[in-house]
Design a protein around this ligand. Sequence first.
Ligand SMILES: Cc1cc2nc3c(=O)[nH]c(=O)nc-3n(C[C@H](O)[C@H](O)[C@H](O)COP(=O)(O)OP(=O)(O)OC[C@H]3O[C@@H](n4cnc5c(N)ncnc54)[C@H](O)[C@@H]3O)c2cc1C
Length: 283
Amino acid sequence: MHPAPFDYEVAESVDHAIELLGQYGEEARPLAGGHSLIPLMRLRLAAPAALIDISFLDDLRYVREEEGHLAIGALTRHREILKNDLVNEHCGILGYTAGLLGDPSVQHRGTIGGTLAHGDPAGDMPSVMCALEAELVIQGPDGERTVPALEFFKEYFFTDLEPQEVITEVRVPKLGSNTGWSYKKFSRRSQDWAIVGVAAVVEKSDGNIDWARIGLTSMGSTPLRASTTEQALSGASSEQIAEAANSADEGTSPTSDDAASAEFRRHLARVWTRRAVEEALGR
Ligand SMILES: Cc1cc2nc3c(=O)[nH]c(=O)nc-3n(C[C@H](O)[C@H](O)[C@H](O)COP(=O)(O)OP(=O)(O)OC[C@H]3O[C@@H](n4cnc5c(N)ncnc54)[C@H](O)[C@@H]3O)c2cc1C
């Protein structure tokens, strides 16, 4: 299908994008890589009156090392994250996950800001960001604000973004040498969306777990944290991982669809959490 008619404007700066978004009110949407928005428009599930193209804002494409974290420009593409030395040295889970997003064409066009702004609980990056306790920098008509990833996702495809706001940067912690990570994605075909995904970030000492943070993909209307399992893993030994992982689906609300029943998703969350934590502990 073809999209409904829309206006098209090219933003020359972030301020210009905010100004253009203001001119159209709630009817306009920023366009980054277009790999989520354009398919929705073609299906007429989205019909914005205007697209504000921010994809030429090259000053939002960067990875910088800052005190304690990496700053990643919102228009940095999945492929650039996958190949970035700073990412692979300091936050390997990000590069690894970027390499699991769709196929190479998606990775070459899709952006980190776009995948977060899209707010799809089946997206891989949102749950990884929640496990990392990343922060999003958002710019709007009233200036800049910073939002923890955990507070950013509100409902299916609904985030904390106001209509005139643009994500400009994502801040992820630099993981130390005692921090292991894993992202496990279960899908029936390679390059497909996650039926369930589990992100684990584990701080360890002497082979035991100091703390663990677990992010869940496709287990509810937003990315979730497996908090009961996280509590059970605090101070746990490797022998206690399996029992702790048994509560990974507690507090989740997965749906049944053509890909999997809710009960199967719950099962996957438990099994994949055990495997992800074990891998993170060993990494
Ligand atoms: C075939 C296919 C397979 C895919 N498989 C996967 C997969 O396995 N896992 C996965 O996680 N994703 C997958 N994706 C989605 C992919 O990761 C998209 O690139 C990503 O979701 C959106 O990024 P984008 O830059 O293309 O955003 P766009 O499509 O341009 O925008 C998406 C939404 O975010 C808004 N937006 C974009 N950038 C900003 C910003 N900086 N500030 C504010 N709002 C913004 C737009 O207005 C729009 O509402 C797949 C996509 C396709 C087409």
